[in-house]
Design a protein around this ligand. Structure first.
Ligand SMILES: *Cc1c(COP(=O)(O)O)cnc(C)c1O
Length: 532
């Protein structure tokens, strides 16, 4: 290196402009190599990453609320003002700049007054994993880019499949998230159903679109929208998804499912899949898995369980029983980046019968030729809809090795217990109305105080008021809560995942919601709607 640097001094000294340009290009390339992750630069690697880590640690010390309330226009202007063609002199300056465009106004999920979505506070062992996996940059598509990483991912898949009681032939793959896991599950289910249809002589010669027309997916009205999106991506259209109403507890109604499947069959359609949810996004409801599995089986339909949220129950000390019935699934989605407290992204799709993953296999000569599969070279791309893929499994691996599964389960159990206690608090409070008793770690409720006449604020006024409360609280940065609708009416939602949040913390958020609601009413902003 050094020698090259010296010889290249020469052209620079001559007054030939093209040589000068050549010289400065070479100089740039040489200094650029100082940024490469390698043995020569290892002290720089440690120093710069530590700078980044300490910037975040300083943030933790100084952050006293989950958000600053900054609006998109202001951040757009600040980010837009930066000249991306003029790099800063060093990491410290870039981190200082990052403070103003990101760190200062980020949404902080570790804060106990963050109670909105399923994005979670993360555990430190997973952050150790995150820094290792991105430095080594293993890619999970092929053995020759991953080696031990493939074995670690496979071991974790087996571990999770075992916890879910999927049996000895189970397999699976890590994915980018629950939406992708659900998409892959439905892709496999679709291709499995199509393979069946192709065996019928009456379908001979029909192309895929003609076969897809016959397929229907059954899922509850409360299931995740990624089911509809998957159907669309899979060429079946949103309307291939039949939405099955829930019972009062927000779980899919098996009697209605039975009827809907019978009707579909009567109309010459093929029930392709039943998608159950273990932990719905709003109510945390777990569908009656055993009953739904039996119905799916009776119709030869694929039985998928979307446990993106409820998957963490597999390590729970107190609530494991809520997942009973996963043993009957053909496939299960689990989001480790929700109830396993892993940083985004970390999810898996698990299948009971490993041979089903052949439905996503494509042999590319340059990457994973069939000869490699025959030689039993473990190329994970054979099972995945991604090619280049992060070694996200390492985060879970280090979490299990450093904390242990029971400790993760204990964090989730705390959140579930907290939701139950907050549920009692809200249920007993005259200013609030619960939409349903909590089932996992969410709580859906609304501010709807008593009026002077003794009745409650009208439904319409509550509909106008609750989204306004949520927006005002978000803009204050003091707390972050979510919103949703139930039967067309607007509600607020807590998603509790922080084992360090106390009843007092959440009580303080309720106080804030109450004050904000009362102020909005007082200001008369909503007077016209208030008439009960
Ligand atoms: C969050 C969630 C998803 C989507 O998962 P992503 O990781 O956000 O893609 C799917 N289903 C349920 C029930 C969820 O809660």
């Amino acid at each position: 290196m050094r020698d090259e640097e010296t010889c290249l001094e020469e052209p620079r000294e001559r007054e030939d402009p093209s040589a000068r340009e050549f010289g400065s290009r070479v100089e740039l390339a040489l200094s650029a190599t100082n940024h490469l992750f390698n043995a020569r630069n290892s002290p720089r690697y440690v120093a710069q990453v530590l700078q980044g880590v300490s910037a975040v640690a300083t943030k933790l010390d100084r952050t006293t609320r989950p958000f600053t309330g900054v609006g998109p226009a202001e951040l757009k202007a600040r980010v837009g003002a930066i000249d991306l063609d003029q790099p800063l002199p060093d990491t410290a300056s870039a981190l200082e700049e990052l403070e103003s465009v990101y760190l200062r106004d980020a949404v902080y999920f570790h804060d106990t007054k963050y109670a909105a979505h399923l994005n979670c506070p993360v555990v430190i062992p997973a952050l150790v994993g995150e820094s290792i996996l991105s430095a080594l940059n293993s890619s999970m598509d092929t053995w020759d880019q991953s080696a031990g990483a493939t074995m670690i991912e496979r071991r974790l898949i087996d571990w999770a499949a075992d916890r879910l009681e999927l049996g000895g032939a189970a397999d699976g793959v890590f994915t980018s998230g629950g939406s992708q896991s659900n998409l892959q599950a439905l892709l496999v289910a679709r291709n499995h159903a199509v393979a069946g249809l192709r065996q019928q002589p009456s379908n001979a010669g029909l192309r895929l679109p003609a076969l897809l027309e016959k397929l229907r997916i059954f899922t509850s009205a409360d299931s995740h929208f990624s089911i509809q999106k998957s159907a669309s991506i899979l060429g079946m259209g949103f309307d291939a998804v039949i939405s099955v109403p829930c019972t009062g507890d927000h779980r899919m109604n098996p009697a209605v499912l039975a009827q809907a499947m019978a009707e579909a069959r009567g109309a010459g359609l093929l029930p392709m899949a039943v998608v159950a949810t273990a932990g719905t996004t709003d109510f945390g409801a777990v569908d009656p898995l055993t009953e739904l599995a039996a119905l799916a089986r009776a119709y030869g339909a694929w039985f998928h369980i979307d446990a993106a949220y409820g998957g963490g129950l597999m390590v729970s000390g107190r609530y494991r029983h809520l997942l009973d019935g996963t043993a009957l699934a053909d496939s299960v989605t689990v989001d480790f980046h929700k109830t396993f407290f892993q940083p985004v992204s970390s999810s898996a799709l698990l299948v009971r019968d490993r041979s089903m993953l052949r439905h996503v296999t494509y042999y590319a000569d340059y990457l994973n030729p069939e000869s490699a599969a025959l030689a039993e070279i473990p190329n994970q791309v054979d099972k995945s809809i991604q090619t280049t893929r992060r070694f996200d499994a390492l985060k879970l691996w280090l979490t299990l090795r450093i904390m242990g599964a029971d400790a993760i389960g204990a964090l989730l159990d705390e959140a579930i217990d907290l939701a139950a206690r907050v549920g009692s608090l809200v249920g007993a409070d005259d200013d609030f109305e619960l939409a349903a008793e909590p089932q996992l770690s969410t709580l859906v409720f609304r501010y709807r105080p008593r009026t002077d006449g003794g009745g409650r604020l009208s439904e319409d006024a509550a509909d106008a008021l609750n989204p306004a409360i949520r927006a005002a609280v978000f803009a204050s940065g003091e707390a972050v809560v979510a919103g949703t609708t139930v039967a067309g009416r607007h509600y607020l939602k807590f998603t509790l995942l922080n084992a360090e949040a106390t009843l007092e913390d959440i009580g303080a958020i309720l106080g804030l919601l109450r004050r904000t609601g009362a102020d909005l009413l007082q200001d008369g902003l909503l007077q016209s709607d208030v008439a009960a």
